[in-house]
Design a protein around this ligand. Structure first.
Ligand code: PMP
Length: 413
């Protein structure tokens, strides 16, 4: 590892020891993990918390009076409090545990759509969306006879806000937009979107899957109505995520799924529903993951999101500068405001072939459409090679990527 690391703001040598997988090898080479937008690696405090849960806490939540059930329930609710503080929710019960971003968006599309979207109405999304913020809205629009409108983008991969203004009208019932694009890294002007939407009484859902681990996020300051993210992209376990919803909206929505925990009373004639947040948490949740997501939040806080953001910004800047020296490499997504992602193509080469060769060198990047097929169609490409950074990545790793890409180009020529 480069000695220059100790000069950096974060003690990367120490930090990297927190993530055991980072010191493993792949194909006989030290792992260079640059696929953090797909999922991040996990630090020891999260890994140990998972073991600790199963060795000292395992029990169902909200159900038993016995010791373990009480302890598990306390830990589960404590984690909810940590998440509420992390995003500065006004109330803990505005934080719903879900399976992940996809689950959270489907919940809103389904519940909101059932009650508030009708024939002839419109839903606005953007060209940058992940399939999970396209398909659920398409499904509800189809069911209700509503139409999906899309905020266009420019060649840099930025939203064209003048076009957004023209899409706004009284038929629009909700706007669902990503905070940060997973394919390009574009940071969208979400404050402007929310401000303009609210001026017309339109609620906004933000897909924060690529934002919550990189940017300080305050749901009250944003005044956002719904916000969804995944635990596994923020150093936590898979199969867990958060849907934040304003209390007023969550109280208006009918439950998504029926089952245990979401009820107050059940008779064969009628069921009454539990209060928030339990109304939206039917069945036994992913208890271990929910609890350990709280440990991931503790870990992020112990490093500091401001330092994380600065380190990642530096990596994006450095990678962009170094990769730009390679002949035949074209960046896809050159927005002014970007977070954590560098996407590119190599002239005359399929991204998959480049990714395959990089893998042989122990370099993990993502190749393909990144679940944003309409966006790839906009650029007229089958996909990109995407390097996505976390704060534990180093400039030395960027150098390995750059050398790897050069080598791949030579080999494929
Ligand atoms: N939205 C964005 C912007 C994403 O990057 C992802 C994951 N790639 C998702 C939604 C879906 O997240 P999950 O698969 O964790 O539900």
């Amino acid at each position: 590892m480069s000695t220059s690391l100790v000069m950096e703001e974060l003690d990367l040598i120490k930090i990297r020891k927190d993530f055991p997988i980072l010191s493993t090898t792949v194909n006989g080479k030290p792992l260079v993990y640059l696929d953090n937008a797909a999922t991040s690696q996990k630090p020891w405090p999260v890994i140990r918390a998972i073991e600790s849960y199963y060795t000292s806490l395992n029990s169902n939540v909200h159900r038993g009076v016995h010791y373990l059930s009480q302890k598990a329930t306390d830990a589960y609710e404590q984690s909810r409090r940590k998440l509420a503080t992390y995003i500065n929710a006004a109330f803990e019960h505005e934080v719903i545990f879900t399976k992940g971003t996809t689950d959270g968006i489907n919940l809103v599309a389904s519940c909101f759509g059932k009650q508030f979207i009708g024939k002839g109405d419109e839903v606005i999304i953007s060209y940058l969306e992940h399939h999970s913020n396209i398909v659920p809205w398409q499904m509800i629009c189809e069911e209700k006879g509503a139409s999906l409108k899309v905020i266009p983008i420019n060649e840099k991969g930025e939203l064209i806000m003048s076009a957004f203004d023209k899409l706004l009208n009284s038929r629009v019932k909700i706007i669902a937009c990503s905070y940060v694009s997973n394919s390009l890294g574009t940071i969208n002007p979400v404050r402007e979107i929310i401000g303009k939407a609210h001026a017309l009484g339109i609620p906004v859902l933000l897909d924060a899957a690529q934002a919550v681990q990189h940017l300080e996020l305050d749901v009250q300051e944003l005044d956002v109505d719904f916000l969804a993210f995944s635990g596994h992209k923020m150093y936590g376990p898979t199969g867990i995520g958060i849907l934040y919803g304003k209390e007023s909206w969550l109280n208006k929505l009918q439950p998504y799924q029926g089952g245990g925990d979401m009820i107050k009373t059940v008779t064969f004639e009628k069921t009454t529903y539990n209060e928030l947040p339990f109304k939206f948490e039917a069945g036994t949740p992913n208890i271990e993951a929910a609890i350990c997501l709280g440990n991931a939040v503790d870990y992020i806080n112990s490093i500091g999101l401001d330092k994380i953001a600065r380190q990642e910004e530096e990596l994006v800047e450095y990678a962009t500068a170094q990769l730009s020296l390679i002949t035949g490499l074209r960046f896809i997504g050159t927005a002014e405001n970007k977070a954590s992602v560098v996407s590119f193509v190599i002239e005359g080469q399929h991204p998959y072939d480049v990714g395959f060769i990089l893998d042989k060198m122990g370099i993990a990047v993502r190749t393909g459409h990144h679940c944003t097929e309409p966006l790839m169609n906009f650029f007229g490409i089958p996909g990109t090679i995407r390097a996505s950074f976390a704060f534990y990545n180093t400039k030395a790793e960027v150098d390995i990527l750059v050398e790897g890409v050069k080598k791949a180009i030579t080999m494929l020529a």
